[in-house]
Write a protein that binds this ligand. Structure first.
Ligand code: SF4
Ligand code: SF4
Length: 442
């Protein structure tokens, strides 16, 4: 099979050396966790605990409210101190359960099948749902929905996404090296759920050790999966780019991977599936890359969901005095933080602490019509025009020009010589176009 690459995209400096060779460290359990009831795409959960309730590690504290929703669990054993509104990374106040830890873990496990290989797809999907698993690569889309393909759209292929194309981030790289067996078991469970005929593991070529380890373990476990080394190019890990690169299939404009018979999941999601289905543990922890030149001791840490960011930073040696910019996520798609007390959530893959602002460090200039943003956009959009439409509040035009197809990869901003905040404007436009569509449908 000849592996293609997608067109356009960019080649940002990788900057992975801060953490890529560092083994994952568990940090001590925090005294308090702050668990938002909305950590996923879809409807927020409803709290099912009250102030002063005692909760166990893994106990459901927020019930899913609809099919596109996902339950949340206590990540420690303790007492509910408060249910109130707390700021999230976007500055939005979200219903949050504050739990004070009272001791070591006393687990409340999921009900799981005796042998997943003999379980039905429905049974496995129930466990994935009850475990509160969402896309761990950053999208946070509820996994049980993605793993319920429509009858009229059969899936023949599954792709495990180990690209980790964002600069700086290395948490997926490390779990591929350190938790290879669990990831492959998760992939086998997902393949069974989807009844997919072929499975691929896509990894960028800048992780030769992960490619080697995956290949060895695939062979040792006699798995029918193919490990596919991919060109190092951003955003190689975006679903549509990955499908094009591995299967040479093009997801139609406005469509989903399922439209071309493919489902894609991140390696972290496969790991969470194994921990749920085999060990009975819901999603209450994750690995996060704490990185950048403004952190005294950059490392990959395994942390409990809801741990405050400043607690984790303290366990990474603290910030250097010159720290100027803290970003949740990587430099391409991440969000600048204004408050270090926000909690780490299911989709938080990294925190980038730098001594130089990663985003535009100069005032935006006028558009010089250089077309660089157009040439960089992997979705073949016109970022300059879409941003302009949003700025001028021409939302119908931006919808007609495909604003909802923007995958928010940040390539356009990266190349713009005038430092125009193209993506920020496009995000505003997408939000309003989506709201207008919801209103029109109601
Ligand atoms: S318009 Fe959207 S998809 Fe295109 S480069 Fe910009 S952020 Fe990426
Ligand atoms: S890259 Fe910037 S300056 Fe060039 S066309 Fe796009 S918006 Fe204008």
């Amino acid at each position: 099979m000849r592996h293609q690459s997608f067109r356009h995209g960019v080649h940002p400096k990788e900057e992975k050396s801060y953490t890529q060779s560092k083994s994952i460290e568990s940090i001590p359990l925090p005294d308090e966790v702050f668990i938002p009831l909305q950590q996923h795409i879809g409807r927020a959960c409803t709290a099912i605990v009250n102030k002063k309730d005692e909760v166990k590690t893994g106990q459901v504290i927020g019930k899913a409210s609809g099919f596109i929703s996902s339950p949340v669990h206590s990540s420690v054993t303790g007492i509910v101190k408060e249910i109130g509104l707390n700021m999230n990374h976007l500055g939005v106040r979200i219903p949050t359960v504050r739990i004070q830890r009272t001791g070591d873990d006393d687990w409340q496990y999921l009900t799981i099948p005796d042998n997943w290989q003999l379980a039905s797809s429905e049974e496995l999907n129930r466990v994935v749902f009850e475990a509160g698993i969402v896309g761990m690569g950053g999208a946070a889309f509820p996994s049980h929905v993605k793993l319920s393909p429509l009858l009229e759209k059969p899936v023949d292929s599954f792709i495990l996404n180990g690209c980790e194309c964002e600069p700086y981030l290395t948490c997926d790289h490390r779990i591929m090296l350190e938790q290879t067996d669990k990831i492959l078991t998760g992939m086998a469970i997902i393949m069974k759920m989807l009844a997919a005929k072929q499975g691929f593991i896509g990894i960028e070529k800048n992780k030769p050790d992960a490619i080697k380890k995956m290949r060895e373990q695939v062979k040792a476990g006699d798995y029918p999966f193919k490990v596919v080394p991919l060109k190092v190019k951003y955003p190689q890990g975006a679903e549509k780019m990955l499908i094009k690169a591995i299967l040479n299939r093009k997801v139609p404009t406005g469509g989903l991977p399922g439209d071309v018979g493919v489902i894609v999941h991140n390696v972290g999601t496969a790991l969470a599936v194994t921990e749920a289905v085999v060990e009975g543990k819901p999603l209450i922890k994750r690995v996060v890359s704490m990185t950048g030149d403004a952190l005294h001791s950059p490392k990959n840490v395994e942390i409990r969901i809801g741990s405050p960011l400043n607690y984790i930073i303290k366990h990474c040696g603290g910030l250097k005095e010159e720290a100027t910019s803290i970003i949740l996520g990587g430099p391409m798609m991440g969000v600048s933080l204004f408050d270090l007390s926000i909690p780490i959530v299911k989709a938080s893959s990294g925190v980038l602490c730098t001594r130089h602002p990663q985003k535009s460090s100069q005032e935006p200039g006028p558009c010089i019509r250089c077309n660089s943003c157009v040439s960089a956009c992997p979705m073949f959009l016109l970022p300059n025009r879409l941003a302009r439409f949003s700025e001028k509040e021409f939302y119908e035009e931006s919808d007609r020009f495909g604003i909802l197809n923007c995958i928010e990869c940040g390539c356009c901003v990266y190349v713009c010589p005038s430092k125009i905040p193209l993506l920020q404007w496009i995000r505003v436009g997408k939000f309003i176009v989506n709201e207008n569509k919801k209103l029109a449908a109601s």
